[in-house]
Write a protein that binds this ligand. Structure first.
Ligand code: SF4
Ligand code: SF4
Length: 465
């Protein structure tokens, strides 16, 4: 175990990194009182048992970088910063309001020019930055997936190669939602229709949910228009979820407004410290949604939704874009958040599945959206909703974390799979493609029968005639 860093006791010296993103975010560091309330919420601390891999420890490392006590290319510090999942569970746990996610991105952006970026990450970020490359890559991935090869290879390849294959295989439309017995409406007993499976308090956030809108804010006035962020991975590998999202929006009284010119949201770039890449993609998306001019922008991938809501902060220093970025952030809603304000309209077709819900970190911690996905699931008749123990813990996906930090990712995923197994659920519902692929691959490689869907898929399936 690496010795724990100690908090600075003397007044900080002058900033050693003026003009860097970390220096710009430094005020956030001052909010940390080193109380340690965040430690047990942190999956890397819980799994690695090293204070340097805790939020408090990383904040001390950030302070020491800023004070010039540690050089930006220090390998040990880089490793502890790299191992952070960026799940932001520490923000939810922190009573002092430390903006940990912002500090992490600023630290990575400050270190990246000196340390460099790992080859795998560089390749992924380059592909996601260039639309034509990304489309080609996703087209190829779809062809391979639809051949059925990844599922077969995942069964015979060594673990490190099997996992990405299983992730790709897990993106196929879930056959559970096309079960033939549901083709004709069934009659359910009233007890089966009662939406009482999960007490709301089970997943209550430890702080108020600022982005969970009061109904009056979003009362669906006559056919408000909603533009869907079709996303890169979502449109390439989860087109069925996008289709389900449009079905659910329409069924709940929204007019879906097509928006051309969309790009990757830039979350992967921001999390990896490539803020210039993230800003460039943000500007393209802002311009695209301005042309479409919807009342609201809807996102069905929690990581992308959290990113769009941060555009205002990301571009706050850019006079030409700051206001435009904030306008887009202000009109962005997670699909569950938006549908929950509309009721949502209850389904009519029973979906007799045992379902457990795993909330993505970028929905629960970054956006503080807790109850809306459960409201969607409760609107599905016949569905049995089973509480998931430690649902607020990360699954280990975290963008490309599972590719660049596979050992820690596996360690974080293992308890999640164990908790899912305890539920005996047939289906896990989760609202983020990374989590869906991570959990789906883990379940597949563990030989489990449980599969993964997006909550909105279940709701849309219950709307079918
Ligand atoms: S809970 Fe907040 S204030 Fe306390 S140590 Fe963690 S980050 Fe710092
Ligand atoms: S973001 Fe997640 S992994 Fe990183 S320090 Fe916070 S709780 Fe730990």
């Amino acid at each position: 175990m690496t010795p724990a860093p100690t908090a600075p006791t003397a007044p900080s010296p002058a900033c050693a990194l003026p003009g860097t993103p970390l220096a710009a975010a430094a005020a956030g560091l001052d909010a940390c009182v080193h109380c340690g309330f965040c430690l047990q919420a942190c999956p890397t601390y819980v799994n690695l048992e090293d204070e340097n891999d805790s939020p408090r420890g990383r904040l001390v490392l950030m302070r020491r970088l800023l004070d010039g006590d540690i050089p930006l290319d220090d390998a040990d510090t880089g490793r502890h910063i790299d191992r952070c999942l960026g799940c932001r569970a520490c923000e939810t746990a922190c009573p002092s309001g430390v903006p940990y996610g912002e500090l992490l991105e600023a630290t990575r952006a400050t270190m990246a020019p000196v340390r460099g970026t790992p080859l795998v990450a560089r390749v992924v970020l380059t592909v996601f930055r260039h639309h034509a490359l990304l489309r080609a890559a996703l087209f190829a991935a779809r062809l391979v997936r639809d051949s059925g090869l990844p599922g077969a290879l995942a069964r015979v390849l060594p673990a490190r190669l099997a996992f990405p294959m299983a992730m790709l295989a897990s993106t196929r439309p879930n056959p559970a939602l096309a079960a033939p017995q549901w083709l004709a409406p069934a009659t359910l007993a009233r007890s089966q229709l009662a939406p009482s499976q999960l007490a709301p308090s089970t997943l209550a956030p430890s702080t108020p949910a600022p982005s969970t809108l009061a109904p009056s804010t979003l009362a669906p006035a006559p056919a408000p228009s909603a533009a869907l962020l079709t996303g890169c991975v979502m449109s390439g590998l989860f087109a069925h979820v996008n289709a389900a999202t449009e079905t659910a929006l329409t069924h709940n009284g929204f007019t879906v407004c097509p928006t051309s010119g969309q790009r990757c949201c830039g979350a992967l770039h921001a999390h990896a410290g490539d803020l210039a890449g993230a800003r460039a993609l943000a500007r393209e998306n802002i311009a695209a949604f301005e042309r479409a001019n919807p009342d609201l922008v809807v996102v069905n991938a929690a990581g992308c939704g959290a990113m769009l809501k941060q555009y205002g902060h990301l571009l706050h220093d850019d006079p030409a874009w700051a206001e435009r970025a904030q306008r887009l952030s202000d009109k962005t809603r997670d699909v569950s958040e938006l549908l929950a304000t509309a009721g949502p309209v209850a389904g009519t077709r029973p979906i007799p599945l045992r379902v457990t819900h795993d909330p993505p970190c970028h929905q629960m911690h970054a956006q503080r959206i807790v109850h809306p996905p459960l409201q969607l699931l409760r609107a599905v008749p016949g569905l049995t909703l089973i509480p998931l123990e430690d649902a607020d813990q990360c699954c280990g996906s975290a963008g490309i974390y599972n590719l660049v930090e596979p050992a820690t990712s596996d360690a974080v995923l293992a308890p999640k799979l164990a908790r899912i197994a305890e539920t005996h659920a047939e289906v896990v519902a989760t609202g983020n493609p990374g989590c869906s692929m991570q959990i789906g691959a883990g379940l597949q490689l563990a030989g489990a029968k449980t599969t993964v869907v997006h909550p909105v898929e279940l709701l849309a399936a219950s709307y079918r005639d």
